[in-house]
Design a protein around this ligand. Structure first.
Ligand SMILES: Nc1ncnc2c1ncn2[C@@H]1O[C@H](COP(=O)(O)OP(=O)(O)OP(=O)(O)O)[C@@H](O)[C@H]1O
Ligand SMILES: [Mg+2]
Length: 338
């Protein structure tokens, strides 16, 4: 072996072909299958943030649940630091996996127990994952509060959730996730229930953790503005599919998929009529799932579902960039560049 040779490190988190459908009973007892997540793939490096963006029902939280292993995918792989975790841990996530992949939820009040003080919330993971002993748990918990900007920490440790503002509660939830020194933090709409004035503070905190501690982030949001602020890469989700995947600058400067363009137009306040609406549950037909709302629809879109293809630096699932346009299919064996 040559001096200085080191094998290439696998990506921290990689998913491929991730798919999950749910069967739900309709009003008349008729079972319908919802393709909540279909063939999602991405890879995430240490210190990188990706955002999953899309309207309500596009499958974002289902991806989060699959990554947290709260749901089992029907198909696909999840690799953490190169290890196929679904194969190695078929009966549920190991304590090690759960330590490395942590979550922050949308509702900071709902995720904290009103009957317990902040210290209790932080002590539990610290002790459970042996990050602290009963003797030093208070000082370790205080250090966590300093990391998330809640000072004086000693004072905050003794407060209960109702004695905190929404933004402070979300900081406690983030501190609790950090208690076990995770590698990946999944944040599902972490600022959508907060007042606009405190949102930026939370996004800044997450940006600092990524930059300074190499935390990898999966930000789930319907809000492209938050994604722009925090993410290096944006995956646009529509009805269970990732329809466009590109680095943030490319995606915002040159959005390719008509759905991405509609999302961007909505945040710019233009073309109000194009504003994406939550989709109605409808059975899966053969064509592109955006066809019924797409301003650029043509015949092929109604009969055949587009495959992911490379279009410049982006991956896009749209017939506008299909074989006829000379694009390359994105091969399953070559993960999209991240
Ligand atoms: N446990 C479940 N049983 C049945 N259907 C489900 C279940 N979980 C999710 N779904 C369906 O899967 C689809 C995707 O849901 P998901 O919660 O992932 O969307 P989302 O993008 O997070 O939406 P929102 O922005 O509203 O949070 C929806 O149609 C939803 O109704
Ligand atoms: Mg959701």
């Amino acid at each position: 072996m040559e001096a200085g040779y080191r094998p290439a490190e696998p990506p921290l988190l990689e998913v491929e072909g991730l798919s999950k459908s749910f069967v739900s009973k309709g009003l008349l007892g008729k079972a319908t299958t919802v393709d909540a997540v279909r063939d999602v793939r991405f890879s995430l490096a240490r210190g990188q943030a990706i955002a999953l963006v899309g309207e309500s029902g596009s499958g974002k939280s289902t991806v989060a649940k699959l990554l947290l292993r709260l749901e089992r995918p029907d198909r696909g792989q999840i690799r953490l630091a190169g290890r196929d975790v679904l194969r190695d841990e078929p009966h549920g996530a190991s304590l090690g996996y759960r330590r490395r992949v942590q979550m922050v939820f949308q509702d900071p009040f709902g995720s904290l127990n009103p009957g317990h003080d902040v210290l209790h919330h932080l002590a539990r993971p610290l002790l459970r994952h042996r990050r602290a002993t009963p003797a030093d748990v208070r000082s370790k918990a205080a250090a966590l509060l300093v990391r998330v900007g809640l000072e004086p920490a000693q004072e905050f440790l003794d407060r209960r959730p109702f004695e905190l503002s929404g933004g402070q509660r979300q900081r406690v939830a983030i501190a609790r996730a950090l208690a076990v020194e995770p590698d990946v933090l999944i944040a599902d709409e972490p600022t959508s229930m907060l007042d606009v004035s405190v949102r930026v503070g939370i996004l800044n905190l997450l940006a600092g953790l990524k930059r300074e501690q190499g935390l990898a982030l999966v930000l789930i949001t319907h809000d492209l503005a938050s994604a722009r602020y925090l993410a290096d890469r944006i995956l646009v989700c529509h009805r269970g599919r990732v329809v466009e995947d590109a680095d943030t600058e490319t995606l915002l400067a040159a959005p390719k998929h008509p759905y991405t363009r509609a999302l961007l137009a909505a945040i710019e306040g233009l073309e109000a009529d194009e504003k994406p609406r939550p989709r109605a549950a409808e059975p899966t037909a053969g064509g592109c799932r955006f066809a019924s709302r797409c301003p650029e629809v043509f015949d092929l879109c109604r009969t055949s579902e587009p495959e992911p293809r490379a279009a410049g630096a982006a991956m896009v699932r749209c017939h506008l960039y299909g074989a006829a346009a000379g694009s390359e299919p994105v091969a399953a064996s070559a993960p999209a560049q991240t």
